[in-house]
Structures are given as C-alpha cells and as structure tokens.
Design a protein around this ligand. Sequence first.
Ligand code: RTP
Ligand code: MG
Length: 156
Amino acid sequence: RQRFESKRQRTFAMIKPDSYTNTGKIIDAIYQNGFVISKLKMGRFSNESAGQFYGEHRGKSFYNGLIDFMTSDVVTGIELVAENAVERWRQLIGPTKTSVAKVQNPNTIRAIFGTDDTKNAVHGSDSGPSWKRETDSFFSPNVKHSAYYTSCAVCV
Ligand code: RTP
Ligand code: MG
C-alpha cells in the first residue's frame, strides 16, 4: 500500500483594485477549484509598501503605472493552500495581459475580470520563494488593513 505523500503547497493571491467589486465571485472560484484560504487581508498599499512588494519590477516600462494602480484603492491578499498551489493558481488566473488572456485562455480569471494589460484583476506568486517573500511583505504591518481573517482549520 502506498504511503500518502502530501504535496500541499501555499501561494499568495491578490485581488487588485480594478476587481474589488468581483471579490465574492473570485473567492467563489477559489473554493470551486479546490483551494483552501488560510489567511485573507483587505488592505491598502502605500507607495512605499507597493514599491517593496514590486521591487523586482523597478525600472521597467510599466512600473510607475503599476504602482499608481496598486495604490489607488483596496486590495485583498489571500494565502491559498492546495496541491501544487503555485502552478494551479497561475493556470486559473491566466496570462499576465488581459488582452492575451481573452484570446488564449477565455475561461481564466484575468480573461473574465481583467480591465487592461496592467489592470488585470488578480496576482499570483510565480514560485515558492516568491510566495514566501510576497506573503511576508503583504501580511506585515507595513500594509495597513481594514479586515484580517485567519482560518483555524489550516492555521499553523
Ligand atoms: P502578477 O505578478 O501580478 O501575478 O503578474 P505576472 O507575474 O503575470 O506579471 P509580472 O510580469 O510579474 O508583472 C506584474 C504586474 O505588472 C503589470 N504589468 N503591466 N502593461 C504591461 O505591459 C504590464 N506588464 C505587467 C501587471 O499588473 C502584472 O500583473
Ligand atoms: Mg509576477
């Protein structure tokens, strides 16, 4: 008999300002696709905390527009738990650019809820190390929160 090997993994998802009004639908999609929410925080980036979160993109052509967008209104950061969570969440959200997602993967969250190539509804960590860096960055007191939820079922 095979011993059960858990591949349970965490990833960091975020609902961006353009999709605030779709928060309920996106959380519904999260559960429909077998993810568990371990932590959720609604908050607001300052210029400083957004710059820290997106430090790897500093100097790129879209950087200033990205920071303006991400500091414009409330965001919801969500830590997800599932098997292969990083890869599965990236598949569910689709390509970075909404315009590409609408053509290539019309069933993805960005295709359905994205606004344009910067305002693309949601974020997803691109690797395990990114998850760690991003979750530490977002769930720190540097990002002011208006609501904070921790699930007892999976909290560690
Ligand atoms: P994310 O980090 O938000 O999950 O998205 P990603 O890995 O698919 O894309 P990334 O290259 O990390 O870019 C971060 C965010 O910057 C904005 N962006 N705009 N206008 C543009 O060409 C452009 N390129 C990137 C998007 O909001 C993207 O999610
Ligand atoms: Mg990225």
